[in-house]
Design a protein around this ligand. Sequence first.
Ligand code: BYC
Length: 470
Amino acid sequence: MPIDYNSLIPNNVNLSDNRRLQRALEEWQPKFLDWWGDMGPAGFQAREAYLRTAISVDSQGWAHFDYVKMPDYRWGIFLAEPEAERKVNFGDHKGEAAWQEVPGEYRGVLRRLIVTQGDTEPASVEQQRLLGQTCPSLYDMRNLFQVNVEEGRHLWAMVYLLDAYFGRDGREEAEALLQRRSGDDDKPRILGAFNEATPDWLSFFMFTFFTDRDGKFQLASLAESGFDPLSRTCRFMLTEEAHHMFVGETGISRVIQRTCEIMRDFKTDDVRKHGAIDLPTLQKYLNFHFSVSVDLFGSEISTNAANYYTMGIKGRFDETRIGDDHKLTDASYKVLEAHGDGFREVEASALTALNERLRDDYVADCARGVMRWNQIIKRHGIDFELKLPHRAFHRQIGQFSELKVSPEGKIVSQAEWDAKHHDWLPTEDDRLFVISLMKPVTEIGKYAGWIAPPARGINNQPIDFEYVRA
Ligand code: BYC
């Protein structure tokens, strides 16, 4: 079904046929716009940015590029096309027709998952709110705004599900999504990583690489859901998520590129005095963002995760491509546990180990990106390798949160942690240095000195295109 752009809320869900839902969303819309005005990109609401908007949800050319002021962005409700005869593909209900309504007994659990997912979207916009003011180029500023408006749309996606399927409770949750605030002591966002600050562009690129990638894996698992509207919503969200991870991966690639050029040209490791970010500092930022993002997968052993699966609500990554019984009642899965001053693998029930399995998929995906970053370093003939820290390093969630663990995976004493953690995580000095580089560069075609220009522009435009108009 095509997207209806004539109604107040663009949609491909026949909103005009459902007056109750339409009214609920139209009441929420001005509150969303107020929130966007207060918490969206600060200082740039009146500027025209070259943004893409969905015009159709099929794989061919759903994106349309044009200049738009962010408050005029056509946020709407877009679900991937339904799959004919779709089934519940895992858990106790495997083989039944996928649900078009919420099964009464799973209502609370489903609502909670949708709220948790929904909460991350406005949180990230809040975290990135001030970054436009220190952008390294108009190209980067445009990418930031693209990410921001799409996170806003992902919030719309979850609010649609809450309003359409959860009645009054859903409406209350939709309001609450606009009331919590990232980092707020009294009403913080739900998940840890979404209360961390994103004060500079290095953090932003790391966030879009590592934390948006959690989004990829969580959305992919929810896209397997037996609750079909959730599945279709997440499938379309995933197409937008890909660009966010591209921003992160290429952003860090460009930082590395510039650092390596300076190391090579000036024959020095001390690139800070040339206004670039040294590789050890990049490693520390990587350690930080990886560790807060692996926390987002929850505990290694989780009855919540087992229940979501058995209920048919949240599957595994690529569930339908896995060749097993999709019930997992008798299956096992290897998880790590602390042993001596290191770790060992033990067999756990595959159902309760589902968070860990998804984390494994995630870590492997991160490792591929880090390998591509290392190729840039290698091409410059530099002997340095970025590494993912051990998954038990710097954890706040799960069994490893009790331990102090080095990036190499050695369990260390509190005293050793205190002595070494400034080599492993960004120090106040590192953060101040990175922030000192964050001077806005807004001349067309110019790029800050700490980051290389991109290889190509957006939508085949040149890199000196006016991505955001003055
Ligand atoms: N911080 O059984 P456990 C994205 C809580 S990112 C704080 O271990 P479970 C995006 C947990 O809630 C994707 N609390 O975990 C990216 C539970 O609380 P209760 C977001 C945490 O439930 C960038 C307790 O600890 N989507 O889209 O199996 C920009 C024990 O729970 C954390 C989703 O997360 C944490 N890190 O799994 C924009 C998908 N971890 O029950 C957007 C939906 C756990 O004791 N969410 N807890 O009160 C889920 O699937 C699950 O809620 C989780 C946790 C995977 C997060």
